[in-house]
Design a protein around this ligand. Structure first.
Ligand code: NAD
Length: 497
């Protein structure tokens, strides 16, 4: 069994804390590797390496910083197959989906390659007589990323490529459940020519996070994970005057109007609810059907598809859905299905008790489908993060909108309809950060920004796109006067034109 490492100051560093986490293949329950959980001192050494690398990296022209990323893109493409296999082995998602995980991350790198343009400032001539003014955006210093298990490649790449191309240095703490992808990405960045210390990966748990939050040199924290952790990290970071963006959990609704193309809506729901076993923060977990006729017709289409889901190891070509991340999480999701039955929802397809020959020790669960779910039920209120879709029946558009807006989460949402007015009213009035119109998973492209509302995001600034550039830089405005404008007298008044 392999023992993993940290990646600090351009090289692999053995863990010395004596504490390890287990990395398990969720498809067969077998131990793949043990991952060192860093101590406070090991974590601090990564921050120090990043701080030492900062002055030279900050002064490296943005075009040269971007060239490292151009080479990194090439290496991502060259190593796509290996990365997808690594992701599938530790996370369980099917291989094509794992390729998507890397590809969506790579798109952020492609966006980041435009940094010389994106970092251009503004210049105003003659803001006063013979006085000019210009604004520039400068890097912050050492930035930190803390990432969840569900996108081992994409979510780290929401963060470090932009932070780094803006001139910051970075310490990444990936999920201890899926540490290998982040380590590999850091190695590829170095193969692409990144100087030592600019990107460091420290493996570990809460102890690492607490050390990063407390370290005075750390300027900014980007976090993606569950809501309770997001909330506490946001407050801990901002309480120490660090910049923070903390993305949390979700409960994404798809509103299906009576005029929608229901075959299309049912197909869209299948991918959005059960793809990646529902372990996506943009997964649709609630289908809101307007009118009983819509609900009945939708369910008629969904039931055979859910029963027919091809569940198995992500490495098998014909599989649509892999296992859940851990046995505990599988049991938790199963517990939600039990709870839904107890609460009186109608369980139309029961994914509990699925057995897959040859994978008896894997953390599999079949797809579950509930009808007649109501807003007071726990299966409606809480994030399940598994292959469970709840259908809620409502009378009309207005009550659907009211219900969606009353939910504590507001990450993504979508409407399926042929009615432009309904779509426009929905996108204008819905309380969520990302909205799809006949698009089930409206994850913004890299040149737009990603983020939710309400308790799906703590902080003001979304990830990547223009907001990402803003997050990883701070504004400076310079006002200058040269010889021609020099004054001969003292002026004690506030300068005005
Ligand atoms: P998690 O909150 O358990 O862990 C996320 C990260 O925080 C990991 O690196 C983990 O080691 C660390 N962590 C965990 N507990 C901690 C604690 N008490 N103190 C400090 N650090 C801690 O989340 P997860 O289970 O890895 O990921 C699933 C969650 O992430 C879901 O809730 C999902 O909705 C959310 N998510 C959100 C988005 C988004 O964009 N909003 C994207 C992906 C995942």
């Amino acid at each position: 069994m392999e023992t993993l490492y940290h990646f600090i100051n351009g090289r692999r560093v053995e863990g010395r804390s004596g504490r390890y986490g287990e990395v398990v293949n969720p498809a067969d329950g077998q131990l793949i590797a043990r991952v060192p959980l860093a101590s406070a001192a090991e974590t601090a050494s990564a921050v120090e390496a990043a701080a030492a690398a900062f002055p030279a990296w900050r002064d490296t022209p943005p075009m040269r910083r971007a060239r490292v990323l151009f080479r990194f893109i090439q290496l991502l493409n060259d190593n796509m197959d290996e990365l997808a296999r690594l992701i599938s082995a530790e996370h369980g998602k099917v291989l094509n989906d794992a390729v998507g995980d890397v590809t969506r991350g790579m798109e952020i790198v492609e966006f980041a390659c435009g940094a010389p343009h994106l970092l251009k400032g503004h210049f105003s001539e003659n803001v006063g007589t013979d006085v000019d003014s210009h604004s520039i955006r400068q890097p912050l210093g050492v930035c930190v990323g803390i990432t969840p298990f569900n996108f081992p490649a994409m979510v780290p790449m929401w963060m470090f490529p932009l932070a780094i191309v803006c001139g910051n240095t970075f310490v990444l703490k990936p999920s201890e459940k899926v540490p290998s992808t982040a380590l590999r990405l850091a190695e590829l960045m170095h193969e692409a020519g990144l100087p030592s210390g600019v990107l460091n990966v420290v493996n570990g748990d809460k102890e690492v996070v607490d050390t990063l939050l407390e370290h005075p040199v750390v300027e900014a924290i980007s976090f993606v994970g569950s809501t309770p952790v997001a909330e506490s990290i946001y407050h801990a970071a901002t309480g120490r005057n660090k910049r923070a963006q903390a993305l949390g959990g979700a409960k994404n609704h798809m509103l299906v109007m009576p005029d929608a193309d229901l075959d299309n809506a049912a197909n869209a729901l299948m991918g959005a609810a059960y793809g990646a076993a529902g372990e996506r923060c943009m997964a649709i977990s609630v289908a809101v059907a307007v009118g009983d006729e819509t609900a009945d017709a939708l369910i008629e289409r969904l039931v055979p598809k859910v029963k027919n889901l091809q569940v198995g190891p992500g490495t098998e070509a014909d599989k649509e859905m892999g296992p859940l991340i851990t046995a505990e999480h599988r049991d938790r999701v199963k517990g939600y299905v039990d709870c839904g039955v107890e609460e009186g929802a109608q369980l139309l397809v029961d994914g509990r008790g699925l057995k897959i020959e040859g994978c008896e020790d894997g953390f599999f669960l079949g797809g579950s489908l509930f009808d007649r779910v109501t807003p007071e039920m726990r299966i409606y209120r809480e994030e399940i993060f598994g292959p469970v879709l709840c259908v809620v029946r409502v009378a009309d558009f207005a009550s659907a909108l009211e219900m969606i807006n009353a939910h504590e989460f507001g990450n993504g949402t979508s409407i399926f309809t042929r009615d432009g007015d309904a779509a426009r009213a929905f996108s204008s009035q819905v309380q969520a950060g990302m909205v799809g119109i006949n698009v089930p998973i409206p994850v913004p492209m890299s040149y737009h920004s990603f983020g939710g509302w309400k308790r799906s995001l703590f902080g003001d600034v979304h990830m990547h796109g223009p907001e990402g550039i803003r997050f990883y830089t701070r504004l400076k405005t310079i006002t200058s006067r040269w010889q021609a404008g020099l004054r001969k007298t003292v002026d004690f008044n506030m300068p005005t034109l």
